[in-house]
Design a protein around this ligand. Structure first.
Ligand code: ZN
Length: 499
């Protein structure tokens, strides 16, 4: 039970450095006001282009002064960061002097291509040369310390938060597998009935606004819901054996359509490096090779877009759904070890690790179960007991937004990073990787890179939660979106203003 004090810290939110991670709203509040955004948002209200020459001169001088001010602050920031950071990558980044979005040159309307590399933990981009991802970063906007996933940091909940802007309690996909006590039905990753998938995903929003969408795999994309009927050739049915190259080429094919028919929104999904991460953990040559391969796919995409003359016109948003942490057999907690305090039968447990979710049968008081489990875990008599703390879902830290759905079982356990809960000691020896932990854990972070006409070149923005991406996409496409948990003003802090 070594290192229990450090391990406990995550379970006592007020003491853990990451648990005090500011919410996006706080981040936005504490952000220094962005001079370019401020300037341009005020220009939203200016009625029309200047009419006489005096106004023109005034306008140009104002623009000039502002550009000088922006350039000066950028230069200062550059000097500050290059002197305080030894990273050779950051010193190569061209500094953005831009404040206004670049006009489209070939496409008639904005197009967003949303790319997900599953389990692309923040920092993987430094494992090996990634010239193509590096090109998007250098010429685009990056979340400086990665993209913050939603809790639980699992694939389906996060992918669906990215496209709906909703926390899992609100979009309904509260785990990769779960049970709905209202209907008695089980959700699996193959469930495509619309009753499970709440909220309005981006493909539906795009169609509602009279434009086309195309999905090359994304959780929820095959669900026929509202105006989205998963049309042939524009909505690919999931098949993990399709080569990554073929996925990229199919997406590129949409750009061969007449300009008016090119979908405004497209998704592209890769299972790697999540697939390898579970097998070997995040620090293994297999991960390095998988990251290099994803970079090659991004290279293939860029090359294809360049060949069609649309690379600078397309808004590419590259994300991952969550990170990855190494797990090993010494970091296990067995529920059977709690028997002295309370028996937890297998049938009560809806998921073990890294999200422990327990639904006791009617007649058993959840708060009694929580009290007895925590008594045992804190007794010092349960191996690794201090690395698990159990909550009634309504008592979980509010920042996790994980209570407001009947689908979420009443008892949730937060497990320390890298630890796993199992029913009983099977004396197995195994090491691998996992994700699903508290979203304040840094290893659960993924990446956010935006490249295109509305993303400043070489710009870093503070990390933010992935529920902000929905508003970002509708803002780029200039379409009306549905209500969601993102901040309406968020796009102003990341995007260049429209010309
Ligand atoms: Zn995933």
């Amino acid at each position: 039970m070594g290192g229990t004090t450090a391990a406990l810290s995550i379970l006592a939110p007020s003491k853990h450095p990451l648990s005090s991670t500011p919410t996006t709203d706080e981040l936005l509040l504490h952000d220094p006001p962005n001079p370019s955004t401020a300037l341009l948002s005020s220009s939203d209200h200016s009625p029309s282009p200047p009419r006489d020459s005096r106004t023109t001169i005034l306008f140009i001088s104002l623009l000039l002064i502002t550009s000088i001010a922006v350039a000066a602050s950028a230069a200062f920031a550059f000097l500050f960061f290059s002197s305080s950071s030894a990273s050779s990558r950051s010193s190569q980044i061209p500094i953005s002097h831009e404040s206004i979005a670049r006009p489209l040159t070939k496409l008639r309307n904005p197009v967003v291509l949303l790319v997900s590399s599953d389990g692309f933990r923040f920092g993987y981009q430094f494992k090996t040369p990634t010239p193509n991802i590096g090109r998007l970063i250098a010429n685009g906007t990056e979340a400086e310390a990665g993209l913050i996933p939603v809790f639980p940091t699992l694939t389906f909940p996060n992918h669906y938060s990215i496209v709906t802007g909703l926390y899992p309690a609100h979009h309904g996909i509260i785990n990769n597998l779960f049970f709905d006590p209202g209907t008695g039905d089980f959700f699996t990753m193959q469930s495509h009935e619309p009753k499970w998938w709440l909220g309005e995903p981006l493909w539906e929003t795009v169609v509602n606004n009279g434009r086309k969408a195309a999905t090359y795999f994304w959780p929820g994309s095959e669900v026929k819901k509202g105006s989205w009927d998963c049309p042939d050739n524009y909505c690919l049915h999931y098949n993990g054996s399709v080569r990554f190259e073929d996925r990229v080429d199919a997406v590129l094919g949409y750009f061969d359509l007449p300009s008016d028919e090119i979908p405004a929104f497209m998704t592209l999904y890769f299972e790697d490096p999540d697939h390898q991460g579970h097998k070997v953990g995040p620090d293994d040559p297999e991960i390095t090779a998988a990251v290099a391969n994803i970079d090659r796919m991004i290279g293939r995409l860029i090359e294809g877009l360049e060949k069609r003359g649309v690379f600078e016109d397309v808004s590419i948003i590259m994300v991952g759904d969550h990170g990855m942490v190494g797990t090993c057999d010494k970091k296990l907690i067995f529920l059977e070890d709690l028997a002295q305090w309370i028996e937890i039968p297998k049938t009560w447990v809806h998921s073990y690790s890294p999200l422990l979710a327990i639904r006791p049968p009617p007649g058993v008081s959840p708060s009694d179960v929580v009290a007895k489990m925590n008594e045992g875990l804190k007794s010092g008599k349960v191996d690794n007991g201090n690395n698990l703390r159990v909550f009634l879902k309504e008592d979980l830290p509010g920042r996790l937004h994980y209570a407001a759905s009947d689908r979420i079982p009443p008892i949730i356990g937060l497990i320390e990073e890298g630890f796993k809960v199992e029913q009983k000691n099977a004396k197995r020896k195994e090491c691998g990787g996992a994700h699903g932990y508290d979203n304040a854990v840094f290893s659960m972070r993924s990446i956010f890179i935006g490249h295109g006409p509305q993303f400043a070149r070489g710009r870093k923005v503070p990390s933010f939660e992935n529920v902000q991406i929905y508003n970002l996409v509708t803002s780029i496409l200039k379409i009306n979106g549905a209500a969601n948990n993102g901040t309406l003003s968020f796009p102003n802090s990341v995007l260049l203003a429209s010309p």
